[in-house]
Write a protein that binds this ligand. Structure first.
Ligand code: KG4
Ligand code: ZN
Length: 336
């Protein structure tokens, strides 16, 4: 089995996945409540909480799978992109576990992880496909040619879609992180009540900073009536973001001749987006937001990093720990 560890933002996560792609356990401990009072993730607070949670979460993943470390042959860990301090906690834990037990160590790109959320049982998907990856940190259109290979076709030139949801939710007084709360509120609102245009930038790129400013002005304009207009504002705002995502995705599919469209990442959990792209395959809801099963899944298609402790006698074997404990492959922008 592969032990996956993910700590790139404010979720401390560990999972056990078999080489064949069966999820044996998937534990996610969200720090959202901890950061809510700050209105966003505070990197240093996140790092400290990861440090407290990472080993209990790994133990939880083993317990849920009714497994022991003896059954783990590979440790997969998010190497980036993400908050550097948060990443370092997961990386250090993964390196220590791999080195101590003489296991394989597989660094995984977080974005490749989101794509690999589609490769898991019970309904694994085979590339090629066109992938819309929309999360709190990224909004990308990817031409996925093989399990471990994709090309970027477009991306956001400012805010990510999830960021637009979160900032919009904050303007509407829905707290942090507000994407899911805003999604729920839209059920009571009229999406035609307000007109929020989304900038059309050249090529296959996205821009969401303008729509956010438009919401800011609209909230200001409704003034004391915010309470009564909140659901209408939310529904109209969501409609605009979803329309932009759908339009660009279909355009990309047309340009590349993609036979299949898939959506992954936190925003792929959005009910309107899922409904507006009925032809697309969406990642399972529990695998849209950050988790470690997707990291372990991506590791199935990646080579482990060579290091002195691997398949030796582990700690005390006399092998140098330099390659393991160094942070030379911590990266903020690698992609596969
Ligand atoms: O993939 P993810 O967990 O983290 C990153 O890699 O960034 O995505 C989190 C983002 C947040 O911005 C959150 O508000 C958004 O996904 N999100 C949603 C929904 N559920 C989560 N946005 C819109 N509708 C949802 N139902
Ligand atoms: Zn993510």
């Amino acid at each position: 089995m592969i032990l996956g560890i993910e700590t790139s933002c404010d979720e401390t996560a560990a999972a056990l996945v078999t080489r064949e792609g069966e999820i044996r356990s998937n534990v996610v401990s969200s720090q959202a409540e901890l950061h809510a009072r700050f209105g966003g993730v505070v990197p240093e607070v996140a790092s400290r909480r990861h440090l407290e949670l990472v080993l209990p979460v790994v133990r939880g993943a083993l317990a849920d799978a009714d497994a022991s470390f003896d059954e783990v042959e590979s440790v997969a860990v998010t190497q980036g992109p993400g908050l550097i301090g948060a990443l370092l906690v997961g990386l250090s834990a993964a390196k220590a576990i791999a080195w101590g037990l003489g296991l394989e160590l597989v660094p995984v790109d977080h974005l490749a992880g989101h794509v690999a959320s589609l490769y898991l049982d019970p309904d694994p998907l085979e590339p090629p496909f066109l992938c819309l990856l929309a999360s709190g940190g990224h909004t990308l259109l990817l031409d996925v040619q093989a399990h471990d290979r994709y090309e970027e076709l477009g991306g956001t030139i400012d805010d990510a879609a999830g960021e637009a949801f979160d900032k919009g939710a904050r303007l509407l007084g829905l707290g942090y992180p507000g994407g899911a709360a805003l999604d729920r509120l839209t059920r009571d609102g009229d999406p035609e009540a307000f007109s929020f245009p989304v900038a059309r930038v050249p090529g296959l790129d996205f821009s969401f900073s303008g729509v956010k400013t438009a919401l800011l002005y609209a909230v200001r304009d409704v003034g004391d009536e915010l309470e009564e207009r909140r659901a209408d504002l939310a529904a109209s705002y969501q409609r605009a973001i979803v329309a932009a995502l759908v339009e660009r995705t279909r355009q990309a599919a047309e340009q590349t001749g993609a036979k299949r469209i898939v959506i992954v990442g936190g925003v792929a959990a959005n009910s309107e987006l899922r409904a507006a792209l009925p032809e697309a395959v969406a990642a399972p809801l529990d695998l849209c937001t950050d988790n470690a099963a997707m990291i372990a899944s991506a590791a199935r298609y990646r080579k482990p990093v060579p290091y002195p402790g691997y398949r030796r006698r582990g700690v005390g074997s006399g092998s140098s720990a330099k390659g393991v404990l160094g942070s030379s492959w911590v990266s903020g922008s690698s992609s596969s």
